[in-house]
Design a protein around this ligand. Sequence first.
Ligand code: ZN
Length: 84
Amino acid sequence: MIEILTIKCAKCKTKIMKYKKIGKGRILRCWESKIKNLYGEIKEEKLVCNNCDNIIGEIESKGKRNYVKMNREEFTYSGRKIRK
Ligand SMILES: [Zn+2]
C-alpha cells in the first residue's frame, strides 16, 4: 500500500511536506527520496515549520541516505491511499 501523506505542523497547521509512505505503521522517519514536496525549511540540520519555527524533525542519515527523524508530537498528517 502506498499513501500520499500531507504532513502539517501540529502548532499552526502549516503544511510541512507531502510524503510517499509505503506500508503501514507510524511515521518515525521520512526518507529524503520519498519526500514529494517540501514546504518546511531546513535550518541547522533540523526541519522546521516556515511559519512558526516549530521543530518537526531532525536530519539524520544512514549510509548515504538522508532522512528526517520526526518529532512525534510536533506534526499531524492526513493520508490518501493510492494503488500501484
Ligand atoms: Zn508551525
